[in-house]
Design a protein around this ligand. Structure first.
Ligand code: C2E
Ligand code: CA
Ligand code: CA
Ligand code: CA
Length: 278
């Protein structure tokens, strides 16, 4: 009825105002989060499925606000993107990751890759290749140790520009992977043009991979697609030995997930990497 719909409209708009107020508050707080030392990069280990050897870590951003508490990147990354703050925050994460690679090298931890999530907004920044090159030089990072995770959306608006950016990053020697593969607006055509090193199988497919036929079919298809195109695969969100066994049997190369470890603060990650035994 009319009355109901007016009520639901009022409810919806109040809800939106609350949302907007929180978002404004978050964006304002985010503006100073780096300077106030509220951001930290956590690291989640990744291993080869067959040998169990460590192959790398993914860098994941954490924000602890003194009053608002822990704020999930799933909430603040979109706000950082819509406000433009993602450029400075994303560049900060890149620099932290390069610094960490250098620190680990000093500690005798070498040959691991550190994957950094790149927003499509960073990916469209013409200054990105020079910036990455600068960090690689400043922290004496072997380029293959740095992996950049992109989402399928990067090629959406400007496919030619995306190919040019991929080529520029590839020329630096860093590795490129497609995050959340299969969940975005993908054209398989770009896999041919992009110099992609690895596909990351999204955790929404992994979650029910042993119980849901569709998810199982999708995971198998992604692994086969990657293999025939000469790309590696990593499954994310692996939580159980049964999921792990399935992925291994299907020929998936690597895994990351709570089964192995949650993302950790730099010190805890260092301890993990130094003591890990497959
Ligand atoms: P993502 O890149 O797909 O990262 C994987 C997410 O899954 C992370 O959530 C990770 O903590 C979580 N995860 C890992 N293993 C498991 C598992 O076994 N089970 C479950 N249920 N979850 C697992 P997180 O850290 O909350 O990050 C959420 C998203 O925020 C990321 O998704 C990424 O899209 C974005 N993000 C995080 N850090 C950055 C960053 O530095 N830059 C950008 N642009 N985005 C970031
Ligand atoms: Ca990621
Ligand atoms: Ca992902
Ligand atoms: Ca995701």
């Amino acid at each position: 009825t009319k009355k109901e719909s007016r009520n639901s409209y009022r409810f919806f708009s109040t809800h939106m105002q609350v949302q907007t107020a929180r978002n404004l508050q978050l964006v304002n707080a985010l503006r100073h989060a780096i300077a106030l030392d509220q951001l930290a990069v956590y690291y989640q280990p990744q291993v080869a499925l067959d040998s169990g050897q460590l192959i790398g870590v993914e860098a994941l951003l954490r924000w602890q606000h003194p009053q608002l508490g822990f704020i999930s990147p799933a909430e603040f990354i979109p706000l950082a993107e819509s406000s433009g703050l993602i450029i400075s925050i994303g560049n900060w994460v890149l620099e932290q990751a390069c610094q960490q690679i250098q620190a680990w090298k000093v500690a005798g931890i070498q040959g691991l890759s550190v994957s950094v999530n790149l927003s499509s907004i960073q990916f469209r920044d013409p200054k990105l290749p020079a910036l990455v090159k600068g960090f690689l030089e400043r922290y004496q990072v072997t380029p293959e140790c740095l992996e950049l995770e992109l989402t399928e959306g990067v090629a959406l608006e400007n496919p030619e520009g995306a190919v040019a950016m991929m080529d520029a990053l590839y020329a630096l020697g860093v590795r490129l992977s497609i995050d959340d593969f299969g969940t975005g607006y993908s054209s398989l055509n770009y896999l041919k043009k992009f110099k992609v090193y690895k596909l990351k199988i999204d955790q929404t497919f992994v979650r029910e991979v042993t119980s849901n036929d569709e998810d199982q079919a999708i995971v198998i298809a992604i692994i086969q697609l990657a293999r025939s195109l000469g790309m590696k695969t990593i499954a994310e969100g692996v939580e159980t030995p049964v999921q792990k066994a399935f992925l291994l049997a299907q020929g998936c190369d690597e895994m990351q997930g709570y089964l192995l470890s949650k993302p950790m603060h730099s010190d805890a990650a260092t301890a993990f990497l130094l003591t890990y035994n497959p």
